[in-house]
Design a protein around this ligand. Structure first.
Ligand SMILES: Nc1ncnc2c1ncn2[C@@H]1O[C@H](COP(=O)(O)OP(=O)(O)OP(=O)(O)O)[C@@H](O)[C@H]1O
Ligand SMILES: [Mg+2]
Length: 431
């Protein structure tokens, strides 16, 4: 390599180890550039580098370095080699650092992933063993907590399932037992029901019978009086010795007639209380009259007046004697209310209305109505406000059962302070 200095005054000096040496005056005022040129010194192709020497802002010389091209290429090659080496070292370093980093970071993640895979396959006993204090450690901790609570929930679920299964099994057993006993139970229940029904019917019959005997007694009062009068007259005549065949026959005829009438009264009652076996068409007007006929003597005795506003042409289909029994119960209830409330001018109005499909029979009394507190109980069996000898409490229950279950009708009541109204609704029978 040759180095020379070109001063500002144009002198150029070759710089050697030993001394400065002026090499050429012809360089005077020559301007040098950096680049590959032909050297004026060696006549060879060289790489020239020009360094401008400036001091306190004044340029006083150019320092020119010339390097033979071989040397330059060698240097360049060396530099390239050095750069290449550096790159290789750097790449290797980066690889190594990356590998280390990857090992540190990804290992726990792989662990996590592996454990989560096992957990997802159902093995909840797995836990991640990472104790580091960084985010991954935190993640592993949360992950472990999550598996623990999952395991707990699964345990609870399993217990619940077992519990449920046991309960179902128990229930099934109970049901099976119940099912096995059901038939027996149903039979026993039906039998019990039948017995109760039978008892009810028996009681209602007894009540009706009592009622009937009372009514017969009333019906008989007049003929009995007449009979006693006939017998007294006969005795009087006999005492006077005036009894002749004619009077005897007349008296016997009278007695016969009266006893026949009395016997007819019993027949009337007996017929009405015989239960009907099959449904029949019957007339409402007649039915009401028949009922009134059975109670008129006792009504008369208690000064009870009955007003009838009844359509004579309405027929219904059902059990006439049971229906009559229902009417009698309603009429007797009114009579009892008159007696209970000491009403001397008792009046019952029986009125029918119809809408061509149904007939509505209104039975209204002015005995003071039904007390509000008991109004919703009167149709219950055994509900009564009367003393044991006077009422059993099944009259309205039986009447409702007969009308609603046997005749497709209804029995309801409207109540006020002054009067009680019972309404029987029945489908009209059309031929
Ligand atoms: N017209 C009425 N006025 C006032 N209270 C009534 C009338 N009808 C029914 N009741 C009341 O309803 C109750 C129940 O009547 P229900 O006919 O069912 O039984 P009961 O007349 O007491 O006894 P049973 O009819 O069995 O002889 C009666 O005790 C009475 O208190
Ligand atoms: Mg009654």
């Amino acid at each position: 390599m040759s180095v020379f200095l070109q001063k500002k005054d144009g002198n150029s000096f070759l710089i050697k180890k030993e001394s400065w040496k002026i090499i050429n005056d012809t360089f005077e005022n020559k301007i040098f550039f950096t680049g590959i040129v032909k050297s004026e010194l060696s006549n060879l192709q060289v790489y020239r580098y020009v360094y401008s020497v400036e001091l306190t802002g004044i340029k006083w010389a150019d320092l020119i370095f010339e390097l033979s091209l071989d040397e330059y290429n060698l240097q360049l090659k060396e530099i390239n080699q050095q750069i290449l080496n550096l790159i290789v070292v750097m790449v290797l370093g980066i690889f190594f650092i990356s590998f280390l980093l990857a090992k540190v970071v990804s290992k726990p993640i792989i662990k996590l992933s592996h454990t989560s895979k096992l957990v997802s396959q159902g093995d909840l006993s797995q836990r991640v063993k990472i104790d580091s204090k960084d985010e991954i450690g935190e993640l592993a901790k949360s992950f472990n907590e999550m598996i623990s609570s999952l395991e707990l929930s699964q345990k609870r679920l399993t217990n619940y399932k077992i519990d449920l299964e046991n309960k179902v099994e128990e229930r099934t057993k109970e049901l099976k037992e119940l099912n096995d006993n059901l038939e027996d139970r149903v039979i026993a229940e039906i039998k019990k029901r039948e017995e109760q029904q039978q008892l009810l019917i028996q009681q209602s019959k007894l009540a009706a019978m009592g009622e009937m005997i009372g009514n017969i007694a009333h019906q008989w009062r007049q003929p009995l009086n007449a009979l006693s009068l006939v017998v007294q007259n006969l005795k009087f005549s006999f005492d006077l010795g005036e009894v002749d065949d004619k009077q005897m026959n007349k008296s016997i005829q009278k007695i016969n007639l009266l006893t026949k009438n009395m016997s007819k009264t019993i027949d009337d009652f007996r017929n009405f209380f015989k239960p009907n076996k099959e449904k029949l068409k019957f007339n409402i007007y007649e039915s009401v009259n028949n009922a009134l006929h059975l109670v008129d003597a006792s009504f008369e005795n208690h000064n009870i007046v009955v007003e009838k506003i009844i359509d004579e042409n309405i027929n219904v289909f059902g059990y006439p004697n049971e229906f009559l029994q229902s009417l009698l119960n309603l009429l007797n209830n009114s009579k009892d209310a008159f007696i209970e409330n000491k009403i001397n001018n008792g009046k019952i109005v029986i009125e029918t209305k119809n809408d061509f499909k149904y007939v509505y029979i209104y039975i209204k009394d002015n005995a003071g109505g039904i007390a509000k507190e008991i109004e919703n109980k009167i149709f219950e069996p055994y509900f009564t406000t009367k003393s044991e000898s006077k009422g059993t409490g099944i009259g309205l229950y039986m009447a409702k059962t007969i009308i609603e279950q046997n005749m497709d009708g209804s029995l309801t009541n409207i109540n006020s302070d002054k009067e009680a109204i019972f309404i029987i609704k029945l489908p009209i029978y059309k031929d």
